[in-house]
Design a protein around this ligand. Structure first.
Ligand code: G6P
Length: 372
């Protein structure tokens, strides 16, 4: 077992460190030299795919947060409405699904019962079903019209890490492919985005190389009883995923909020010493939300919060308001989740380890929930 962990103390730590190759392998062979996406493996008629009027993403847990990230990118690139819903909510209401609907399920295992049942239901209603899955030949891809595999390699730790980054990568490939089919983006734009995606593995490695900074913070917070996470735009699902990791393996109460919601409730939770992670968007770019998030940091800090910030390299504006800053390399806003999630994974893993918990086998949780 020690050898399988590649010298790391846990599968989770190994899998966090596997992320550069999880992203690289998921990108591999999916575009030609000219930057044209070649997702022939999908097996859905490209003409039909180009015509879809709506996308519904179905998933549970971490995979559902990957879906929430994907919504921002796919709507922006393809101008197709994207709904993201938990599989167990979708299947028990009366959703509007027809032949023009593309249902994209996201599942690491391909065996999550609620997601499988939701896909079956969508298929019965005439939707086209596409599975984004990490497990070859598992049930959900077998029952779907099409599959786009993530190539993260086997994920053993219950809490998902490398599958999440690979899922975001795969949904982005799908979004770019749709944009290519529909002519929403010029080929040069697609090529540029693919080039930016191609730089992600090295940037994730850069984050991993500086893991000690976040580990030290994690060890100092062993006694934390509650940690809040804030983000906006794609940083919002990142905040929720950061909170989920902490609940899952460190058994610490944690919530992720959209920073814009602060005034509508969460800010009442802030008192002296309350740790708050804030995922800060890039200060570059025309429609930057950067200044709004910096104001949110000031708001919670003024009420006593201990502000822990994940920001882009070179962002000096956050320094004055942060107890702690972790910098991630510069990248386009939509790709930021592929970097900003990593320090939050490391934080949860190190904190749980410091508390003496088995990070690979958290209490009450299963790797794959194959029952209702
Ligand atoms: C379980 C696991 C999570 C995972 C979720 C969905 O709850 O503990 O890590 O995100 O199932 O699993 P799936 O295999 O469908 O992605």
């Amino acid at each position: 077992a020690a050898a399988e962990k590649g010298g790391y103390p846990s599968f989770m730590e190994k899998e966090i460190n596997d992320q550069p190759s999880a992203v690289a392998d998921t990108l591999l062979g999916r575009a030609d030299a000219a930057g044209k996406l070649t997702l022939d493996e999908l097996r859905i008629d490209p003409e039909e795919l180009a015509q879809v009027s709506k996308i519904i993403v179905l998933a549970c847990g971490t995979s559902a947060y990957a879906g929430q990230v994907a919504k921002y990118a796919i709507e922006h690139w393809c101008r197709i409405p994207v709904e993201v819903e938990l599989s167990h909510e979708f299947r028990y209401r009366d959703p509007i699904v027809d032949a023009g609907t593309l249902v994209v399920s996201i599942s690491q295992s391909g065996e999550t019962m609620d997601t499988l049942m939701a896909v079956r239901y969508a298929k019965e209603q005439g939707a086209k079903t596409l599975s984004i899955c990490n497990t070859n030949g598992s049930t959900i891809p077998r029952e779907s019209d099409a599959v786009l595999y993530t190539h993260a390699g086997p994920e053993i730790a219950v809490a998902s890490t490398k599958a999440f980054l690979a899922q975001i990568t795969a949904t982005y490939l799908l979004g770019l492919y749709l944009a290519q089919l529909r002519g929403n983006l010029f080929s040069g734009q697609i090529k540029d985005i693919l080039a930016d995606l191609g730089k992600i593995p090295a940037k994730v490695q850069d984050v991993l190389d500086r893991a000690d900074q976040i580990k030290e913070l994690a060890r100092s917070m062993e006694d934390a009883e509650s940690v809040l996470f804030l983000g906006r735009h794609v940083g919002y699902p990142v905040a929720m995923e950061g909170a989920l990791k902490l609940k899952e393996i460190a058994y610490i109460h944690a919530e992720g909020f959209a920073a814009g919601e602060l005034k509508h409730g969460p800010i009442a939770l802030i008192d002296d010493g309350q740790p708050v992670f804030v995922v800060v968007p890039s200060p570059r770019g025309r429609h930057s939300l950067h200044s709004k998030v910096v104001s949110n940091i000031q708001e919670v800090r003024a009420r006593g919060a201990k502000t822990l910030v994940v920001a882009e390299e070179g962002d000096e504006a956050v320094r004055d308001y942060a107890e702690f800053v972790f910098y991630v390399p510069e990248t386009p806003t939509l790709l930021m989740p592929l970097l900003a999630t990593v320090p939050l994974q490391i934080f949860a893993c190190e904190l749980a380890t410091a508390k003496g918990y088995d990070v690979d086998q958290p209490r009450n949780l299963a790797k794959s929930v194959t029952v209702e």
